[in-house]
Design a protein around this ligand. Structure first.
Ligand SMILES: NC(=O)c1ccc[n+]([C@@H]2O[C@H](COP(=O)([O-])OP(=O)(O)OC[C@H]3O[C@@H](n4cnc5c(N)ncnc54)[C@H](OP(=O)(O)O)[C@@H]3O)[C@@H](O)[C@H]2O)c1
Length: 326
């Protein structure tokens, strides 16, 4: 089978398309024909050796996929050959076949195509679990989303609206903000040209939750918008700058800074992750979630797919179509 592999952690250019033997499922694993894989900012860190989880070289990157079950390993229940599944993974999605831990796989909803399935588990899973489990966003509260047209940011806008919140979307251009608006954002702030704190003051007075995959100056400004007992969810640093939080400011306003990593739930709390994946599939069937895909690349162009995120060109998700019609 064909697989994108990496032999040294020197960045995107180290990715090579190679012929490798197909994998054999162990106990609890699904052997899946991958039709489409989702691209995540974390992939751009993985190939440089800068991601928190390290894999042994050589390996195939790719953290989420949608495909069809070929065979199942010992002890697997609930899945059979021919089932269409989607799942978050640790590595391995940029290949024609992969092994998926059955505990983390869910059946694809009827009517969902493979590209949407690959765009689904990490982006929606991250936002749903962050806003329902890690914090508990309530209807009527105000949610501010940084990087609101990006992979996870755009899903936070949709999940926030599905939970009944007022959503303020922040992004770096009018085109990106228009996408956030089309996905339900109530208010829009261009954080390259506008002062986040002043605009929030005018729009809603303050916010109850900040969802931050960006960090940097935008994070510092967003922290200052929080209401009494607000939550600041820190989940990524796409800007390259890790925000610092002054404890005295947190104390005075009873603010909680909530550290959050979706991937840890795969092993720490697999039932919580499964609940989230099942619920977002139901919400998709109910028409509450509408995956947005800005670019699709064939498997051999996986490096270009990752580069689209680094260049800040993409909105919503970038997909690698592994098989024709993927
Ligand atoms: N903790 C978790 O569980 C979890 C899960 C998934 C993702 N993440 C993290 O969340 C972040 C976003 O991931 P993603 O997959 O959604 O990526 P993405 O699709 O590339 O989105 C990143 C967003 O960040 C903004 N941004 C600001 N400065 C940037 C820069 N210098 N380079 C690139 N983008 C920049 C961009 O929007 P503007 O141009 O509008 O600023 C872009 O929309 C990453 O740090 C990722 O590691 C964390």
């Amino acid at each position: 089978m064909r697989a994108m592999r990496i032999h040294e952690l020197t960045g995107i250019d180290a990715l090579r398309l190679e012929e490798v033997p197909p994998p054999t499922p162990g106990p609890g694993e699904l052997h899946v024909a991958i039709h489409a894989a989702g691209v995540n900012f974390a992939d751009t860190l993985v190939v440089k050796g800068q991601y928190q989880h390290k894999a042994e070289l050589p390996f195939t990157p790719g953290m989420e996929a949608a495909g069809k079950v070929l065979t199942v390993g010992d002890g697997v229940t609930g899945f059979a050959p021919g089932d269409r599944v989607l799942a978050p993974m640790r590595i391995g999605a940029y290949a024609e076949e992969a092994l998926i831990d059955a505990r983390h796989a869910v059946h694809m909803p009827d009517g969902m195509d493979y590209a949407a399935g690959a765009a689904f588990p990490i982006a929606y899973g991250t936002s749903h679990l962050a806003l329902t489990h890690r914090t508990k966003l309530q209807a009527g509260q105000v949610l501010l989303v940084l990087g609101a047209s990006g992979g996870v940011g755009l899903t936070a806008v949709e999940v926030g609206k599905a939970l009944g919140a007022t959503v303020i979307a922040c992004a770096s251009s009018a085109d990106k903000l228009a996408i956030a608006e089309a996905h339900g954002a109530d208010h829009l702030i261009n954080y390259l040209t506008e002062d986040i704190r002043a605009r929030v003051k005018d729009l809603t007075g303050g916010v109850d939750t900040v969802y931050d995959p960006v960090g940097g100056d935008a994070a510092s400004a967003a922290l200052r918008c929080l209401n009494y007992e607000g939550n600041f969810i820190t989940l990524g640093f796409a800007s390259g700058t890790v925000p610092q939080f002054a404890a005295n400011y947190l104390l005075v306003k009873n603010i909680s800074v909530v550290g959050y990593s979706f991937s840890t739930y795969r092993f720490e709390q697999p039932e919580t992750m499964r609940h989230t994946l099942d619920e977002i599939c139901r919400w998709y069937m109910d028409g509450k979630l509408k995956p947005h895909i800005s670019y699709t690349f064939p498997l051999e162009e996986t490096p270009a797919a990752l580069q689209a995120l680094v260049d800040r060109k993409s909105t919503g998700k970038v997909i690698v179509a592994v098989r024709e019609g993927g």
